[in-house]
Design a protein around this ligand. Structure first.
Ligand code: URA
Length: 295
């Protein structure tokens, strides 16, 4: 048995990550003569040739380098991407979300971890929610409190939720990135790409009927469409997160609507009427009625 050398580990990890992003999580090991070329990564036996062939059956097979001298150091990242998603074993969404949170750990996967974040802001709300809101990333208040949308934009989001006739505790709220970008800048592409698989996993567990993307960053990351807000709003999209099992008869994906980010509405309150139209579309779909006014 020989350990994988670091370049090969990285190559396999990258390849598996790429397939994960396409929604493929289950890899099988083809029966083959495994002896010399067997490799060990922190106790897991992985044959790089077999994996390469399984992942890419007919193209760009990676050369298998063998290195007898490669150190047997544990490499968390490769184990992480090669292990099946733990939440699939969970008996309920509460446990599944806990497992995803544990998997996220004290995340250092992107540069945001060293740019002043105080804590990871995972998500909050009802794990069985019919309605899920997705924002961009935590701001200063969220970073301090560890909960999404608790600052001024959060107050406005709370009012929007209330106007829909429901409570904040009824919905689930999360962000595309889970760490505060410094100075509240827009999260960068690589940060979104690194973090959004965790959001996708949250969505798969919660199985909302409707997702509301708050603002262009959420919309573009969820839909992988690069279009202005004016074009993105005003309609439902069929949304199936990468990683969901399309064969699952009990959840056929969510309807996704795009609306203005509450922080934008604070800057330009004239757009609140437009946002309300978006929410009314969602309410109609979910059969929600605005609360009765009491005199
Ligand atoms: N803005 C966001 O996009 N998310 C938050 O959690 C707070 C503000």
């Amino acid at each position: 048995m020989q350990p994988l050398d670091p370049p090969m580990r990285r190559a396999i990890a990258e390849r598996v990550r790429y397939y994960n992003e396409l929604g493929i999580y289950d890899f099988y090991r083809r029966d083959s003569q495994i002896s010399e070329s067997d490799a060990v990564v922190s106790g897991s036996s992985i044959n790089p040739e077999t994996y390469t062939q399984t992942l890419a059956p007919d193209s760009d097979t990676m050369p298998v380098k063998k290195s007898a001298t490669a150190p047997r150091t544990p490499e968390a990242s490769i184990l992480e991407v090669l292990s099946p998603r733990t939440e699939q074993q969970a008996s309920d969404p509460v446990e599944a979300l806990t497992l995803i949170r544990e998997d996220l750990g004290d995340c250092t996967r992107c540069k945001l971890h060293k740019q002043g974040r105080k804590q990871i802001v995972f998500g909050v709300g009802n794990p069985h929610a019919e309605l899920m809101f997705v924002g961009e990333g935590p701001g200063a208040d969220e970073d301090a409190q560890g909960e999404p949308f608790v600052g001024r934009a959060g107050q406005l989001l709370n009012n929007m939720i209330k106007a829909m006739g429901i409570r904040r505790e009824d919905v689930y709220i999360a962000n595309v990135v889970k760490c505060r970008p410094p100075g509240n800048r827009t999260p960068e592409r690589d940060e979104c790409d690194t973090c959004s698989p965790f959001l996708m996993r949250q969505i798969v567990v919660i199985r909302p009927t409707v997702i509301v993307a708050l603002g262009a960053v959420a919309a573009k990351n969820l839909l992988a469409i690069n279009a202005p807000m004016a074009e993105l709003r005003g309609r439902f999209y069929d949304f199936m997160p990468s990683g969901a099992r399309s064969s699952d008869p009990s959840w056929q994906g969510a309807k996704l609507a795009v609306t203005y980010h509450p922080a934008y509405l604070l800057r330009d309150p004239r757009q609140k009427g437009e946002a309300w139209k978006d929410l009314q579309m969602v309410m109609k779909y979910l059969g929600l009625k605005p609360p009765q006014k009491t005199e």
